[in-house]
Design a protein around this ligand. Sequence first.
Ligand SMILES: [Zn+2]
Length: 74
Amino acid sequence: MFIIFEKHCEAMAINFDDYVCEFCGRPCKNVVFAAFVCGDSECVEKARVARGGPGGHMKRKAEGKPIFIDLDDD
Ligand SMILES: [Zn+2]
């Protein structure tokens, strides 16, 4: 979540004309879920899915699954 907030802060200083949508290549108009996208809701949705949706790890937590995989399991 920290990284996402950081990107949003950066977004305030960036020039969108320098970027294109990560999904269709059209001019970037927005930054959502730390991804550059155009104004198309389809691309916004793709960005959401690519980032695991809002609070993706919180969903794991709600399901009772560990957020971090325990590698010391032997
Ligand atoms: Zn797009």
